[in-house]
Ligand binder design. Structure first.
Ligand SMILES: Cc1cc2nc3c(=O)[nH]c(=O)nc-3n(C[C@H](O)[C@H](O)[C@H](O)COP(=O)(O)OP(=O)(O)OC[C@H]3O[C@@H](n4cnc5c(N)ncnc54)[C@H](O)[C@@H]3O)c2cc1C
Length: 200
């Protein structure tokens, strides 16, 4: 049930969805993507700079296709690795893929359990696998770091914004480097440690 807004001010908050209200809570941890967090934060003056900072975190759509089409990896087994990258080669037919890089993960490369399936996962495909080989395809939104958003992470979200009036932030967009699950764990641990230091 998506939360559409948070009302109140520290230390009493209520969370609202389209048809339900949850609360009251004295502490709220937002594990939502940065733009969603910006849209649901309380509309009080104190959160204005945080909402502005959250808006510098841009997300891009990413298509992921799981398939069994071997034409996405080299045919020679000696050239096969976990991950294969393919840059867009400019041609009149491929103008729209300028700057794009596709990656194909051989899912069975290190897993004996998957070896018989010969399955691949291609992210940002420059062309689609053959239709009959597609097992699933999904669009995701992924955080794309920029110099500005990395600066915001360091200057605002590592300390200043955390726990301010009882609102906390966690997610991959707060981790160092490439946005991965590691960043979620790292930021969640940071929040727990800071919360505990307030309690003890
Ligand atoms: C295709 C793909 C493959 C990946 N593979 C890997 C991998 O192999 N290893 C790895 O480490 N990382 C991988 N990642 C990256 C990793 O999945 C993400 O970095 C991570 O999931 C981001 O976590 P997050 O908590 O920041 O955001 P999310 O996982 O996006 O979590 C945000 C949550 O907020 C919820 N939400 C959104 N809006 C609202 C709302 N209004 N109210 C309430 N809830 C809301 C969403 O439902 C979601 O559960 C992959 C990402 C993609 C897209």
């Amino acid at each position: 049930m998506p939360v559409s807004r948070i009302s109140g001010s520290g230390p009493i908050y209520n969370l609202h969805s389209d048809d339900t209200t949850f609360g009251p809570f004295s502490q709220v941890i937002l594990a939502t993507p940065a733009p969603i967090s910006a849209s649901i934060l309380p509309r009080t003056r104190g959160f204005l700079p945080i909402r502005k900072a959250l808006k510098t975190f841009r997300y891009v759509p990413v298509l992921v296709v799981t398939h069994t089409d071997p034409s996405f990896i080299p045919t020679a087994p000696s050239l096969q690795r976990d991950l294969h990258f393919q840059r867009c080669i400019q041609s009149p037919q491929a103008k729209s893929c300028k700057g794009m890089v596709e990656s194909t993960h051989i899912l069975h490369y290190r897993s004996p359990y998957l070896r018989s399936s010969q399955a691949f996962q291609t992210t940002n495909p420059l062309r689609l696998p053959r239709k009959e080989t597609i097992l699933s395809q999904t669009w995701f939104e992924r955080y794309l770091p920029s110099l500005e958003s990395v600066r915001m992470t360091r200057e605002i979200f590592s300390e200043l914004a955390q726990g301010r009036e009882g609102i906390w932030f966690v997610g991959s967009w707060l981790g160092e480097g490439i946005p991965l699950l590691e960043g979620c764990v790292e930021s969640a641990e940071g929040v727990v440690e800071r919360m505990m230091s307030h309690v003890v």
